[in-house]
Design a protein around this ligand. Structure first.
Ligand SMILES: Cc1ncc(COP(=O)(O)O)c(C=O)c1O
Length: 387
């Protein structure tokens, strides 16, 4: 593992590139630390693979070329000790598309999907297009550590509940669920005849892999394997979310066929270049990923130290994965926290969108210099609020 941070320390000017994150505040002195993409260049093997594919010059409708599925299988074996059959993979143009397709598998229209809040906003929306109902169960929290509230889940369940949507590791609270927690959740789903969808897009962004390792849902014991869909992508870890590619892993043949049938005319074809980026990411970028995780861990620790010293009334759970800091600013009594921080030059994600008013989410996938600038602005905003 390298601690040569030069690839991450060098800020890259993203203005004028059509970046969603940066263009929203173009021409204004507002530092964007909201939507989840990082300000780092993707690793060189990805850029080189894209160049090679672009040089071919023909960009027809595409399917996964030979080698991509093998790259996924090798990566899962090497990093997660997980064996999968390449035939279980279904390619998709994005994770949210995959979540929306999963929602269509929840019984009949009017049936229910359960999820745990706070959570990544599309989890709160995808049921609508599918004509399903949503049940939200708040995660339990003890001393800043979140976990599932099984008693509340049992109470919330109805005879029409068909499916559970899980974010693992969790955006935004940063938990890497333990094997025991996941096994208990799997047993709950089996007992109540529910499908379990596991969004594992953040599973390679582990900040403490030795003490908080990711357990792929497919590694659990028992019959859960036949009622689960895992969604994964290279997009977050290697900073290629704009290329739009993810994959579902569905061991059960019937469930996989049903999932494929939910693809409707709204779902676009997959871009040919994205397959090449994913293959390079998963097969040639391991040392880059390891260094990235070290860099992100230092950024997280920088935030924790800053809060302890300069804003102890703001609470952050211990972030075990992702590059997203979940900040509890309820003690500041701000009617609109995200707008307040924006007025002090800092764009954060609004907790309301995650079903958590009084919270904001700060994206620390940036150089330490940028992070320190963001924290200085954060400190000014807090000082103004407590005056
Ligand atoms: C948990 C989770 N799932 C899905 C996505 C989005 O994936 P995509 O851009 O492939 O739709 C994100 C993006 O932040 C995420 O955090």
């Amino acid at each position: 593992m390298s601690d040569d941070f030069s690839a991450f320390d060098t800020p890259v000017d993203r203005n004028g590139t059509g970046s969603l994150k940066w263009s929203r505040y173009a021409g204004r002195d507002i530092l964007p630390m909201w939507v989840a993409d990082m300000d780092f260049r993707s690793p060189e093997p990805i850029v080189a693979a894209l160049h090679r594919r672009v040089d071919h010059g023909i960009f027809g409708y595409s399917t996964a070329h030979e080698g991509v599925a093998a790259a996924v299988c090798d990566h899962l074996r090497r990093v997660h000790a997980l064996e999968i059959d390449p035939a279980w993979i279904v390619w998709l143009p994005g994770m949210v598309v995959g979540l929306a397709q999963c929602a269509c598998l929840a019984g009949e229209p009017g049936d229910e999907i359960m999820t745990f809040t706070p959570v990544y906003p599309p989890f709160l929306k995808v049921h609508r297009d599918a004509g399903r109902q949503l049940i939200t169960v708040p995660l339990a929290e003890e001393n800043g550590r979140h976990t599932f509230d099984f008693a509340a889940m049992e109470r919330a369940l109805t005879p029409r509940t068909r499916l559970v949507m899980l974010c693992s590791p969790h955006n935004p609270v940063g938990r890497v669920w333990t094997r025991a927690e996941l096994q208990q959740l799997a047993d709950f789903c089996v007992r109540h005849n529910l499908l379990l969808i596991s969004d594992e897009i953040h599973c390679d962004l582990l900040l403490e892999p030795e003490t908080a390792p990711h357990t792929a849902l497919l590694k659990l014991d028992g019959p859960i394997r036949d009622r689960t869909i895992t969604l994964m992508a290279a997009s977050k870890t290697y900073n290629v979310p704009g290329l739009g590619l993810c994959f579902a892993i569905i061991p059960d043949d019937t469930l996989r066929r049903r999932f494929i049938l939910t693809k409707n005319t709204f779902v676009a074809e997959i871009s040919p270049i994205s397959f090449h980026a994913t293959q390079a990411a998963l097969s040639e970028c391991e040392s880059w990923r390891q260094t990235l995780c070290c860099y992100l861990r230092r950024n997280r620790d920088t935030i924790a130290a800053f809060l302890a010293k300069k804003a102890p009334m703001v609470k952050m759970p211990h972030i075990e994965a992702t590059y997203l800091a979940w900040l509890d600013v309820r003690s500041l009594n701000l009617p609109q926290p995200a707008a307040h921080f924006e007025s002090h030059g800092l764009a954060l994600s609004n907790g309301v969108d995650f079903d958590a008013p009084g919270f904001v989410r700060l994206n620390f996938g940036c150089s330490l210099t940028t992070l320190n600038e963001g924290l200085a602005r954060f400190g000014n905003a807090v000082a103004a609020a407590v005056q």
